[in-house]
Design a protein around this ligand. Structure first.
Ligand code: SAH
Length: 508
């Protein structure tokens, strides 16, 4: 064995599933979390990259016309990274061994003597029909399924797909990579005696918020696809099972289907909002505009955390603040009781939840989440004359809360727990997606997301509307000369999701 091979890392050939994040296997997620380097295809959902370590090297392998690295370059890249001793994840859409050249990559890796692992994924050939409400098999309709490719090696002169055999075989037949050649394929089938009224379905961008299905018969589907500019990637299902869609269609009935919605929170926080929007059928473009960084003066923050027990109240204004606080607190102390008899106030349900995660009781959780209302709630508790308050918050947050609490007689210390900085990296290609495909709506969940989104200087996609989480965020939007199309009545993620659903219900 050569020296290189001895220190070789490992290549994990991982199926990323057909698109829906929920259809990624646990093993795939684990591999992504552990990877030193990730090489991904355009069909692998880039949102899975949010699971990667911050220091993982992320490489887009293209494979879209015009931007492709050659297959040889990709093969060489995988070998090279593994030889550097890295844990390499090669992410492929669907299942790595169902078309799409995963098998060839595995052969190259194997013959280079590099250890490898195959992580199967849910293939679009199965998930696509399922999400279109088409079962692959049904006792009354078929007893076998065939997968075939419509895009063959262009150097071959004769088709290796035996259409005569397919015609004879019947059953459910699923074609991948064949939309461009649909006309040729359907006429071959007709020529070989398949009945012209055989139901056919095309499912495009299956299992994602952009899923579209087109149905027809063997004789008219190619023409319909052309008339609707129905483009790749799509799976094509031939067979009587297609007719079951009339009763089993479920995914395409959801209220936000096809809506392209931009989520602008930090990478870590985006998932709650994104997942809820996805569950309603939206295509979410996660475009983190800000990143959480330690405060400019970490020592000062740590000193305030250390002295937390001398206060009467700790007020948390964000989940990030709670996290930053306890991160330091448990570095300083190994006993939660060191926090003493201090009472805890939390603004917003997410903040309160984060406190509860640390097994601490929230003594005050204002019904309304804006600073003014919080001061009112404190006042309701009686005089706060000389009460000592530690306010844990972001650098450069608004001053209303400390000012009003001080005005009411409290002695307020501010602990700057973190700062938000613009997220300028585009490792997941979200900025590219926004530029190429536009969006129907952008969500803003804080004033800083507004400011930081605008600071990125991206062109505003045509017709993109704005949803805001609450009045303060809305004011910032308007100050920037933009309109708020919808504002959440309840100023949290659920409230925002509800407002968005209502907005799209109105206008449709
Ligand atoms: N390994 C992949 C297939 C790669 S070949 C898998 O198991 O799914 C690429 C083809 O897969 C595309 O041309 C298209 O036919 C199909 N495909 C992949 N993802 C798809 C999706 N989300 N929706 C529809 N078709 C998809």
């Amino acid at each position: 064995m050569s020296k290189d091979a001895i220190k070789a890392g490992k290549v994990h050939l991982v199926g990323a599933g057909p698109g829906d994040l929920g259809l990624v296997t646990l093993r795939a997620k684990e591999c992504i979390e552990n990877a030193d380097a990730i090489v991904y295809d355009h069909l692998a959902n880039p949102d899975v990259l949010a699971w990667a370590r911050d220091d993982a090297e992320i490489i887009y392998a293209g494979k879209q016309p015009g931007e492709s690295r050659t297959q040889q370059q990709i093969n060489a890249l995988l070998v090279e990274k593994a030889r550097e001793g890295k844990q390499v994840v090669r992410l492929k859409g669907g299942d790595p061994f169902v078309f799409g050249r995963g098998a060839e990559e595995a052969q190259v890796i194997a013959s280079a003597g590099i250890p490898f692992e195959i992580v199967p994924g849910i293939t679009s050939a199965i998930a696509g029909p399922a999400y279109a409400g088409i079962p692959m098999t049904h006792r009354a309709h078929n007893s076998h399924v065939t997968l075939f490719t419509g895009h063959e090696d262009p150097t071959k002169t004769e088709s290796v797909v035996d259409y005569a055999a397919l015609a004879k075989l019947g059953g459910t037949q699923v074609m991948l990579m064949g939309v461009e050649r649909l006309g040729d394929v359907t006429s071959e089938m007709l020529k070989n005696g398949v009945r012209s009224d055989l139901p056919v379905a095309l499912v495009r961008w299956a299992t994602t918020g952009q899923q579209q299905t087109l149905t027809g018969t063997l004789s008219d589907i190619a023409q319909k696809a052309a008339a609707n500019s129905f483009e790749a990637p799509a799976v094509v299902v031939f067979g009587d099972v297609v007719s079951l869609r009339d009763t089993l269609n479920w995914y395409e009935k959801r209220p936000l289907l096809g809506k392209r919605i931009v989520v602008t929170r930090t990478r870590k926080q985006a998932s709650a909002l994104s997942n809820k929007l996805r569950a309603l059928g939206a295509h979410v473009i996660e475009l983190p505009t800000i990143r959480i960084e330690p405060p400019s003066n970490l020592r000062e923050f740590a000193e305030l955390v250390q002295d937390a027990h001398i206060y009467d109240w700790i007020v948390f204004t964000s989940a990030n603040g709670v996290e930053a606080f306890f991160d330091i607190f448990f570095k300083l102390y190994d006993d939660a009781r060191e926090i003493g008899g201090v009472r805890i106030a939390a603004i917003g349900p997410a903040t309160a939840q984060r406190v509860k995660d640390f097994h601490l009781h929230v003594d005050l959780q204002p019904e309304e989440f804006v600073a003014e209302a919080v001061v009112r709630e404190f006042k309701k508790q009686g005089s706060i004359e000389n009460v000592r308050v530690l306010l844990v918050r972001a650098e450069k947050a608004r001053d209303v809360l400390p000012k009003e609490l001080s005005a009411a007689g409290a002695i307020v210390d501010e602990a700057f727990a973190y700062r938000t900085v613009p997220e300028t990296r585009d490792t997941r290609g979200a900025q590219r997606q926004l530029a190429q495909g536009g969006a129907d709506l952008i969500t803003f969940t804080s004033s800083s997301t507004v400011e930081n989104f605008l600071a990125l200087g991206l062109p505003w996609p045509k017709g993109m509307r704005i949803a805001s989480i609450g009045p303060i965020t809305s004011r910032t939007v308007r100050d920037q000369g933009l309109n708020v199309d919808i504002e959440a009545r309840r100023h949290d993620v659920d409230g925002l999701v509800q407002a968005i659903t209502e907005l799209f219900a109105q206008k449709n």
